[in-house]
Write a protein that binds this ligand. Structure first.
Ligand code: RFL
Ligand code: PHB
Length: 389
């Protein structure tokens, strides 16, 4: 079978790329290793930058997002019980939208199903071939039968553990990585959120985050050491620990309930360079990972595929390779800024095993500087709400 663009992975990056290309009349097939239900069952990011919302608008999949998404004008930081609100709208005239990654994925899947574009779920043993030439091929097994696709381009949108980046010869790629000695234990509960906006809390016992999915569904996280087991955390133990890390008012008004999901995600910073290898492109988590503290993972995936879609559309419409030639350096410039911001947010808000008294005073000084300097607050606002696409 022949197709214009073969997309590996039906996460937000692959699905959004497919949708943007389909709107421009470019044919795609998405190959996804897991089932549709499995992809929809993963609870991940929750905060969308304005640029991401605009891109989803452009893709024609933002109707429900506008009806159900919660627009937040700012966030709160809490440092050893002292709370401060950063009003992004006042600082820089921008906001963020709280709308779960699961819902973005669902909306994209519905649009794709309605348009008749093909997604092959439970595609096993996906392998990439000949992407250094003009006619790349992708092989996969579905229901025990081997299939082969011939295409113009392959988009590797298959996440950190995917096959796309792993198919690139070692000497052609360079990677940069930092692994943090802790993870986030997250809980989802059908309880009203404790605050109207997100609260990022630094405490001697570790970081905590109060987030939400809707007026009746909350998402909370606490920092735990790497290697911690979810089974060791009963709901009661989680709620008790969360209360200890936030300010007294938040702890006093927190409404708890049974968890409907509980999982641990390890924190990592990672970037691969370059992101184009002949006719193979990497985008989203296949290309980079950020610790979730800056809420950038999903948003970076969206900006990558926004740029990749533009480049491929330019190739098909104008027979120009300028866009695809510039893809890697264009997106890496934005990726590194988001990496910097996510690393910085992680550094100031978490407790590190080797943080001494000096280090804690520096963290406190960062908080006080942000709290008292409009220039520092504007920098936070600009990065959190998203740098220009
Ligand atoms: P995804 O969402 O990982 O999707 C990749 C898809 O590719 C499929 N796949 C393959 N398909 C075919 N063949 C193969 N060999 C394949 N290997 C993999 C996978 O099944 C999957 O469906 O990457 P994408 O689309 O780039 O989207 C990126 C975002 O999902 C990611 O950046 C964020 O969710 C990161 N992230 C979080 N970001 C936040 O901003 N806030 C969060 O709270 C947050 N929590 C998280 C997260 C990522 C997590 N992961 C990846 C472990 C929590 C977790 C657990
Ligand atoms: C979430 O709601 O899952 C969430 C929000 C903000 C973050 C990370 C995760 O920085």
């Amino acid at each position: 079978m022949r197709i214009q663009v073969a997309i590996i992975g039906a996460g937000p990056a692959g699905l959004l790329l497919g949708r943007l290309l389909e709107k421009a009349g470019i044919e795609t097939i998405i190959l996804e290793r897991r089932s549709q239900d499995h992809v929809l069952g993963r609870i991940r990011a929750g905060v969308l930058e304005q640029g991401t919302v605009e891109l989803l608008d452009k893709a024609g999949v933002a109707e429900r997002l506008h009806a159900e998404g919660l627009i937040h004008d700012g966030v709160e930081f809490c440092f050893d019980g002292d709370r401060h609100r950063f009003n992004f709208r006042e600082l820089i005239g921008r906001t963020v939208t709280v709308y779960g990654q699961t819902e973005v994925t669902r909306d994209l899947m519905h649009a794709r199903d309605a348009s008749g574009s093909k997604t092959i779920y439970e595609a096993d043993n996906v392998t990439l071939h000949d992407f250094d030439g003009d006619t790349p091929r992708v092989r996969y097994v579905k229901g025990g039968v081997e299939h082969e696709l011939t295409c113009d381009f392959i988009a590797g949108c298959d996440g950190y553990h995917g096959v796309s980046r792993a198919s690139v010869p070692e000497e052609a790629i360079r990677t940069f990585e930092r692994v943090y000695p802790f993870g986030w234990l997250g809980i989802l509960a059908d309880t009203p959120p404790v605050g109207e906006e997100l609260i990022y809390a630094h405490h001697e016992r570790g970081f905590a985050l109060c987030s939400m999915r809707s007026p009746t569904r909350s998402r909370y996280y606490i920092q735990v050491p790497a290697g911690e087991k979810v089974d060791e955390w009963s709901d009661d133990r989680f709620w008790d620990e969360l209360r200890r890390r936030v300010d007294a008012e938040t702890a006093g008004t927190l409404i708890t309930g049974p968890s409907i999901e509980k999982s641990i995600a390890l924190l990592r910073s990672f970037v691969a360079e370059p992101l184009r290898f002949g006719r193979l492109f990497l985008a989203g988590d296949a290309a980079h990972i950020v610790p979730p503290t800056g809420a950038k993972g999903l948003n970076l995936a969206a900006s990558d595929v926004g740029a990749l879609a533009e480049a491929l559309i330019e190739f098909y419409r104008e027979r120009s390779t300028a866009g695809i030639d510039g893809y890697s350096s264009r997106v890496l410039a934005r990726i590194w800024k988001a990496e910097r911001f996510s690393w910085w947010m992680t550094s100031i808000l978490h407790t590190f095993p080797d943080t001494d008294a000096f280090g804690r005073r520096i963290q406190r000084a960062e908080f006080d500087y942000l709290r008292t300097s409009p220039a520092a607050a504007r920098s936070l606002a600009e990065n959190y709400t998203g740098l220009p696409f």
